[in-house]
Design a binder for this molecule. Structure first.
Ligand SMILES: [Zn+2]
Length: 282
């Protein structure tokens, strides 16, 4: 287990511990013993594999924790990444833990959820609601851009601000539905990539490669994405700070929001764009 710099982040290799207790968590869940399930899950995510069998996993532990810390250093070396890292609530802890090769095969992605997630009353296994400390299930193969994206979620949870609202949008190929939390994380991720002079993507779900101009046209053409940007500019410090800080970053839709909205309004009947979540008729 290692703490990353002065940030409230613990990189913790616990793969074998987690896999060993998985069936027990499942048993608790099936029996409706959700409190015990969560208690065990918290213990698993905050325990290191170094406690197992005379530390036989020490090479794996070292390799994982070293590689993730290198990834975090890369994020810290990018001003957009440094902003996200620096804003995570220091009264909380972000636990970065590994995914197994099998889990990666089933879903090549990372996940973030609250360590002490809200227990769902309907018996669902969903763990996305809650706040405070977080767990990021992450493999270095997913890349520093993916980790940065998850850290935006962790930041929102750390201040009890993770509140997914539905956002519909369309590309030339299809229609999509995402949450406002994914919209925010994706925009910050694109800014991070732009800052590093790396390729951008059009949107969270299609992940299609796109240039800044194409993405701006797409945003100016999607009412609910504009509403999301406006919502975050008004309520999310990260977005406001990004708008006022990264003047030299080519891609910065928060800084350029007024121009995007003006572009949209050229062809619109409505004289303004409301922020996301505003009831109709207001
Ligand atoms: Zn996400």
């Amino acid at each position: 287990m290692r703490k990353f710099g002065a940030y409230p982040i613990q990189v913790n290799y616990n793969l074998h511990t987690r896999l060993r207790y998985q069936h027990k968590e499942d048993d608790f869940h099936r029996a409706g013993r959700y409190d015990e399930e969560r208690q065990l899950d918290i213990k698993v995510n905050t325990s290191s594999d170094s406690t197992l069998e005379n530390n036989i996993y020490r090479y794996e532990i070292n390799e994982y924790e070293q590689t993730v810390c290198n990834c975090l250093r890369k994020i810290e070396g990018n001003p957009v990444g440094r902003m996200v890292l620096g804003l995570i609530n220091k009264k909380t802890t972000v636990w970065i833990v590994p995914k197994s090769e099998e889990e990666l095969k089933a879903s090549f992605s990372a996940q973030t959820w609250p360590l002490k997630y809200d227990i769902q009353k309907d018996g669902s296994v969903a763990r996305g609601a809650g706040s405070g400390d977080t767990v990021i299930l992450f493999d270095p193969k997913l890349g520093d851009d993916t980790l940065l994206h998850e850290l935006v979620h962790a930041y929102r949870y750390s201040y009890n601000k993770f509140q997914p609202l539905n956002v519909d949008y369309r590309t030339e190929r299809a229609s999509f539905s995402v949450t406002s939390e994914e919209v925010l994380a994706h925009q910050i991720e694109n800014m991070y990539m732009s800052q590093g002079k790396r390729p951008l993507t059009l949107d969270y779900l299609s992940q299609a490669a796109a240039e800044k101009k194409e993405i701006y046209d797409f945003l100016a053409d999607n009412y609910f994405l504009l509403q999301s940007l406006k919502y975050f500019l008004r309520h999310e410090y990260l977005a406001m700070l990004a708008a006022h800080t990264f003047m030299a970053t080519d891609y910065n839709p928060f800084r350029d929001y007024a121009a995007l909205e003006a572009e949209y309004l050229k062809g619109a009947i409505s004289p303004t764009v409301p922020e996301l979540g505003t009831p109709l008729g207001r």
